[in-house]
Design a protein around this ligand. Structure first.
Ligand code: NDP
Length: 311
């Protein structure tokens, strides 16, 4: 059976950076790219805060550059999803795509996080029929239409701003009386005439015969002023944060209350010796591409040191 020194799971900035460092250190490693090659940045537009790109860089382009750089330094990048791991003994037994087996002396988990949904039955009912968690993927379908974005963070503002350039009207549905987004992001949405922010508002359902035609909303939910109303919309976009992708670990690595992998305060070591975590899967706090890339570098150096100590 194939055995590698390090298995890298995930192909966002954390995974690719780890692959670059390990390849340059001559550590035999394999990266499996997972369900969304390139990760979350492939679903964004221009990234203006990744150093080295004075006029910004397209998310897909940035990930393609990272992938090419990893290939150029000799990294072994493969398509496939790591579906299970057995961390009870080293080398760790790894299953890819449900049937392929390999052994790994160390693992770097860089599986990132996936978009969260409100948990309404209607989100499933209208999946692909007006409900989306990716404005840059699906915004195109809403040219000159009316859409709503749920959430008040940076992602929600970014998505609302993006959609406002094609939709005729964008509502932001924000459950608090204020936005959580950074001041710069808030300014960007406030400056757009076709974005209207509905504060103190929750979504309780969606309606429509042929896809989404509107949302059932409640203002001041759970208070005396509670007010129910319907908002006609053609598209409903979720931007309420992300959940870390840890399902394949099947409870073998310690997670925090939010489901993020717990790492040692000073390193990327997890609760299992030889397993390291990098990027959004272990970062409930910063969740930035540059922070993920930085932690991918740290995880690679940690894995390399761990392997050297074994030998
Ligand atoms: P955040 O966690 O920052 O914001 C989530 C938003 O969704 C909040 O407004 C939150 O409301 C709301 N929300 C959460 N759950 C629900 C719910 N059940 N019903 C209604 N609303 C809900 O997530 P983001 O994805 O926006 O951002 C994640 C991180 O990525 C942040 O650190 C952010 O700064 C960063 N980021 C940076 C960007 C940039 O700099 N260009 C772009 C995008 C993201 P409440 O405030 O009430 O909790």
């Amino acid at each position: 059976m194939e055995q590698v020194k390090c298995l890298i799971v995930g192909s966002g900035p954390a995974g690719y950076t780890a692959a670059i460092y390990l390849a340059r250190a001559n550590v035999k490693s394999v990266l499996y790219s997972g369900m969304q090659p390139g990760g979350q940045l492939t679903q964004t537009t221009t990234i203006e805060n990744f150093p080295g790109f004075p006029t910004g860089v397209d998310g897909n382009e940035l990930m393609e550059l990272m992938r090419k750089q990893a290939v150029n330094v000799g990294a072994d990048l493969r398509d496939g999803i790591v579906t299970a791991v057995d961390l009870s003994q080293r080398p760790f037994a790894v299953t890819v795509d449900g049937n392929k087996q390999l052994l790994a002396d160390t693992i770097i988990v860089a599986t990132g996080a996936s978009a969260r949904y409100l948990g309404l039955d209607d989100e499933k009912k209208y999946a692909g029929m007006g409900v989306s968690a990716c404005a840059t993927c699906d915004g195109f379908f809403y040219r000159k239409k009316v859409v709503a974005v749920v959430g008040g963070g940076d992602t929600a503002c970014e998505e609302a701003h993006y959609l406002s350039n094609m939709a005729s009207k964008v509502y932001m549905i924000v459950r608090k009386p204020y936005l959580r987004a950074s001041a710069a992001m808030q300014r960007r949405v406030e400056e757009k005439e076709n974005i209207e922010i509905l504060y103190n508002t929750n979504t309780v359902g969606l309606f429509g015969d042929n896809g989404v035609e509107g949302a059932h909303l409640v203002k001041f939910l759970g208070t005396e002023q509670e007010e129910h109303f319907d908002l006609p919309i053609d598209g409903f976009f979720l931007a309420i944060g992300h959940s870390p992708n840890t399902g394949f670990l099947n409870g073998q690595v310690a997670l925090d209350q939010g489901g993020f992998i717990v790492t040692d305060a000073k390193t990327t070591a997890t609760s299992v010796e030889g397993v390291f975590a990098a990027g959004d899967v272990a970062d409930p706090r910063y969740r930035q591409a540059i922070a993920a890339a930085g932690s991918g570098c740290r995880a690679a150096l940690d894995a390399e040191k761990f392997l050297a100590a074994l030998e």
